[in-house]
Write a protein that binds this ligand. Sequence first.
Ligand SMILES: *[C@@H]1O[C@H](CO)[C@@H](O)[C@H](O)[C@H]1NC(C)=O
Ligand SMILES: *[C@@H]1O[C@H](CO)[C@@H](O)[C@H](O)[C@H]1NC(C)=O
Ligand SMILES: *[C@@H]1O[C@H](CO)[C@@H](O)[C@H](O)[C@H]1NC(C)=O
Ligand SMILES: *[C@@H]1O[C@H](CO)[C@@H](O)[C@H](O)[C@H]1NC(C)=O
Ligand SMILES: *[C@@H]1O[C@H](CO)[C@@H](O)[C@H](O)[C@H]1NC(C)=O
Ligand SMILES: *[C@@H]1O[C@H](CO)[C@@H](O)[C@H](O)[C@H]1NC(C)=O
Ligand SMILES: *[C@@H]1O[C@H](CO)[C@@H](O)[C@H](O)[C@H]1NC(C)=O
Length: 470
Amino acid sequence: MNMVVACLLFAVVSSTEPLAWNNSMGYPVENEKFELFHISQIEHNYNMSLHARLERDEKRIKTLAQVLIGESNIPLVNTTVEQGEMLGTLEYIVRIGVGTPPVYQFLAIDTGSDLPWIQCQPCSKCYYQVNPIYDPKKSSTYKEISCESTTCQLLGKQHSCKDHQCRYNVGYGDGSSSKGVIALENFTFGDAIISNVAFGCGQKNKGHFLNFGGILGLGRGYLSFTGQLRGSTGGIFSYCLVNAGSTTSGWLRIGEGAIPARAAWAPLMYNPRTDPSFYYVGLSGIMVGQMKVPIPDQVFQLSSAGKGGVVIDTGTVISRFPKAAYEVFRDTFLAQTKHLPRAKGISLLDTCYNLTTVNPVDIPNVSLHFRGGPILILTPTSILIRVEGSDTFCLAFAPTSDDFSILGNIVQQKIQVTIDPRNGRIGFGPETCASGNPGWTKFRNGSRRQSSGNSVLLCTILILAHYLLV
Ligand SMILES: *[C@@H]1O[C@H](CO)[C@@H](O)[C@H](O)[C@H]1NC(C)=O
Ligand SMILES: *[C@@H]1O[C@H](CO)[C@@H](O)[C@H](O)[C@H]1NC(C)=O
Ligand SMILES: *[C@@H]1O[C@H](CO)[C@@H](O)[C@H](O)[C@H]1NC(C)=O
Ligand SMILES: *[C@@H]1O[C@H](CO)[C@@H](O)[C@H](O)[C@H]1NC(C)=O
Ligand SMILES: *[C@@H]1O[C@H](CO)[C@@H](O)[C@H](O)[C@H]1NC(C)=O
Ligand SMILES: *[C@@H]1O[C@H](CO)[C@@H](O)[C@H](O)[C@H]1NC(C)=O
Ligand SMILES: *[C@@H]1O[C@H](CO)[C@@H](O)[C@H](O)[C@H]1NC(C)=O
């Protein structure tokens, strides 16, 4: 095969200079690369049960489906649901200071929703969180906004007015919701202070939110955290996710400075039919080992009517393909893993292996091919999910009855992902985020023909190539 391969992984970016950016209010701030934790790292009571994660993941998908294919163009508001549940599978957490002086909060990042919100005093209903709940009375920079303001109007159906106060109500389809007032506040990340971030000061919050203080919406809409900074940052951000149970943290960077010098860029698509919150990526095909998975092109295409397409989402764990496409993919994978002992399926995962007696484990590469040529080659930790505390590993992909696909957080792990809405592109690499995670060491890291030493092993993650599907 005629391919030009340029492994980008070891082109380490050493951007030590501070990256300045500015929010729409014009206060310059410095960009910091700040830590992004997996929920299991900050929440000691976190139940690592794969079952529980998968259940929540299904709820997440249902919620996304309602927004993506339903008539609703904003996350659902359903005030009639009393019994709150977990908000999907938001698992990646940043620590942010809210107010002056800053009160530090863990917030879950969510690329599938916009409005940032945090639990706020006085709470008529707040769930348990690790940190003290933010109290606007103790902050000198808290400001409410009027109902007539543009920001309030941008909330559309999610807002209401009461005595000129801008009130919001966001629901997440699974019964989780947050209600309160919209206000402006200074947010602190490391040494950087961002002024006047519009956020929901949530006084009535329902749902089991895994003890974090709220949600940092990073969606594509105007009111997401990155959307609010768009004027000066182009809505650009970059992240590196570690896997569950990792002993190290990943990171999140925001602003133009987060654009890596070299990355494999794929097109970011825009769905005019749903609200702009979601990031669609131009996936063109999948390969398992040397085998192209025979999925018709249109399965991954976002139609002009807004159907289909592939959403990349940090809040979903397991990647999803429409049922027929999933089955072809799975069968292709199975055909190349006949040598591995199978295990019973778990919840939505139907392809599991009992690898107790197998060492080293060889599994085929799965490569995601994007329009324009870039390829993301997935290593075992990005293909399989491990059943906690066991040697059972399952294919981290599942079917949906919907027509869209999702690239969940497992496939995004350990590789830098850069969302650049301004230039309509999404980048992979070049940085990786290591994650000390025992249990995976028995997987062979892909065999490579090159002779450039140890680093080559890790190069299997990413290849930017003129490597066209035939
Ligand atoms: C901040 O924003 C202002 C106005 O948009 C712009 O003139 C200035 O160059 C920006 N500063 C930085 C450091 O980006
Ligand atoms: C934790 O997971 C186990 C299954 O492994 C389940 O039986 C138990 O109810 C879960 N506990 C909580 C608090 O969710
Ligand atoms: C709102 O909740 C009610 C009661 O659970 C349910 O019957 C209804 O379908 C929900 N509406 C939406 C739009 O989710
Ligand atoms: C906090 O926000 C206010 C606007 O409410 C701004 O004037 C001030 O400069 C910010 N404080 C810091 C330390 O940046
Ligand atoms: C996996 O295989 C080992 C060895 O054959 C066996 O002892 C163990 O019970 C199996 N585990 C599961 C979950 O099937
Ligand atoms: C795969 O790579 C990891 C990290 O570099 C290493 O710890 C592990 O031992 C390797 N596995 C094999 C089978 O070589
Ligand atoms: C994974 O992909 C690389 C690059 O195409 C290839 O060299 C390597 O042999 C593949 N590994 C396996 C196990 O197929």
